[in-house]
Design a binder for this molecule. Sequence first.
Ligand code: NDP
Ligand code: 8X3
Length: 250
Amino acid sequence: MTTKTAWITGASSGFGAAAVERFVAGGWRVIASGRRMERLQPLVARHGAGRVHAAAFDVRDEAAMRAAHAALPSAFADIDLLVNNAGLALGTAPAQQASLEQWKQMIDTNVTALVSLTHLLLPQLIARRGAIVNISSIAGSYAYRGGNVYGGTKAFVTQFSQNLRTDLHGTGVRVTSIEPGMAETEFTLVRTGGDQAASDQLYAGAQPITATDIADTIWWIANLPPHLNINRIEVMPVSQSAAGLQVHRN
Ligand code: NDP
Ligand code: 8X3
């Protein structure tokens, strides 16, 4: 069987790092990208340069993204799967108190960079009848206080995924939007600007989704028979569910 290649963004932590482990264990080659080379290099050391290629760059830097693509070793050049996972939430304040800079960073990372990498890889994904897995969020479907722009970016990811599917009709390329709920990774540490206590408090006693749970979901989707496409999948921990609407009274 020929060895397949996945490009997993956000591979230095959380879902992405767990997905690297899952795909390497399953016999795939993986391009692991993220800003922190010190987190990517150990993946290469552990699995070997023939199995994992580390590409350290900021996804918001389109020139760096193109350079990383152009510099792929020949063994990693034929990409079968793009996992658009790199992303972040910044801040929990309501819109009227939020930072515009943080809003722009979320849009640049979660939306602009995601479409840029997708656009760059589409020709070869079509040529190889490959697949795209976009990591969206339940925040794109359920409003919550402080979700403002983060939820907006994820609603974009979900809808972009569905529109991609429509445009790619007949090409054999599969597209999936995965929409996880509360998962324990570095996500809340990043969101709160490094507040470990706030992160610990959010997850305490809740048995959240783990990074491995989402890595297994990506693996399952990528390895389904080629005539099947999971369009969207929403995953929550049993401990999380939707709550009702709010009413303001004078
Ligand atoms: P982590 O913070 O653990 O991982 C985020 C990853 O994104 C890191 O590898 C980080 O790498 C990368 N990243 C962030 N900004 C950039 C950038 N500018 N350039 C390159 N890479 C970047 O969080 P998760 O694993 O939880 O998050 C992964 C995805 O899952 C995100 O899109 C998130 O929105 C989504 N998600 C998370 C949920 C959760 O509850 N945890 C639930 C639903 C969706 P580095 O810092 O090295 O650049
Ligand atoms: C992360 C899930 O509910 O914290 O996307 O926004 S949530």
